[in-house]
Design a protein around this ligand. Structure first.
Ligand SMILES: O=P(O)(O)OC[C@H]1O[C@@H](O)[C@H](O)[C@@H](O)[C@@H]1O
Length: 314
């Protein structure tokens, strides 16, 4: 069998870091680095890359990889005493060879299960014992599903709390041509204005300057319409009420060492998250957060993209 057709392959990526390649028979694929449990590539069956990863991304611990899907856990942003976005994105995860069964359709798809457990050193920083299981599954239509299961394994009866985000960087043709549907009329905390609370207008979200907002209690479906590419990303989420929308724009882009000055034009982060109400788990309890991504050709209606068909369709 040629290596092209192996559905799950463990190999070396940038700087010799281990990565897993998932390949579906129809041609779509995904790549996951064990460093960070970090998805760095998701391609459709035409081989087109759907995620953004900066050409200046630093694939070297302890820096998180700039792009793809970093996992923010157990802290989103600086909302706590841990490092920015928590530590999961710069830990080495392991392949979970015997995960507890997941009663979802992902078992029949090409998938890989990863696990993160704290080392003794880690437990000095976050004083909790946990098991974080991450399944990455690629469907026959090219859809990519990430399922996180976090279990409290503290032996002294203590509960713990955490916040979480799938910090997904979508690849877009030109940020000025992009609209996000599904967040209009929802409340958000503006990270650029001391996290003050506002209500979004009734129109789709478009981009002409830096955006860094945490939308609260959002619908389970959000669409990103890329007018120029005639492509729509659909995000379906479960267990993740909030959604962060981030684009650093030109000034912040220049200030980031692992980002090309123009990169902001070609990416948009829409992050399925649990932030406003942190998740609390007692020992033995488990939380699940699921994000399913699909990319579909956009349909047109009187020259306009027709997001309703995407949002209301199955
Ligand atoms: O540079 P980092 O740590 O990957 O964070 C990138 C951005 O991540 C977003 O989720 C935050 O809302 C932003 O405030 C932050 O700047």
């Amino acid at each position: 069998m040629s290596s092209e057709r192996v559905p799950v392959e463990l190999c070396k990526g940038v700087n010799g870091l281990e990565k897993v390649i998932l390949r579906d028979v129809r041609g779509s694929s995904a790549e996951v680095y064990l460093y960070g449990g970090h998805v760095t590539s998701w391609k459709n069956d035409h081989g087109e890359e759907l995620l953004f990863v900066s050409s200046k991304a630093i694939f070297k611990p302890p820096k998180a990889i700039r792009g793809g899907i970093p996992i923010c856990f157990p802290q989103f942003s600086n909302l706590g005493s841990l490092e920015q976005h928590g530590f999961a994105r710069n830990k080495f995860w392991s392949i979970d060879t015997d995960p507890p069964p997941l009663s979802t359709s992902s078992s029949s798809k090409v998938h890989i299960d990863l696990i993160l457990r704290p080392s003794d050193e880690d437990m000095k920083i976050w004083l909790n014992s946990y098991e974080f299981r991450l399944r990455i599954a690629l469907g026959p239509g090219g859809d990519l599903t990430l399922t996180s299961r976090v279990r409290n394994t503290n032996t002294d009866g203590r509960p713990f709390r955490f916040t979480f985000a799938y910090h997904t960087y979508f690849s877009v043709s030109d940020i000025s041509e992009v609209r996000v549907e599904g967040l209009e009329t929802h409340d958000y905390l503006d990270n650029l204005q001391n996290r003050e609370r506002f209500t979004e207008q009734g129109d789709a979200i478009t981009f002409e300057s830096e955006v860094d907002k945490i939308y609260l209690s959002t619908p389970t479906k959000i669409a990103i319409l890329d007018h120029e590419k005639k492509r729509t990303f659909v995000i379906r989420k479960d267990g993740l009420p909030d959604a962060v929308v981030w684009n650093p724009w030109d000034k912040k882009a220049k200030a980031m060492a692992d980002f090309v000055d123009d990169d902001y034009k070609h990416m948009l982060c829409v992050e399925a998250a649990a932030i406003e109400k942190p998740i609390t788990l007692k020992p033995g309890e488990e939380w699940r957060g699921i994000q399913e991504l699909s990319a579909v050709p956009s349909s047109y209606c009187s020259g306009q993209l027709d997001p309703q068909r995407v949002l209301q369709g199955s």
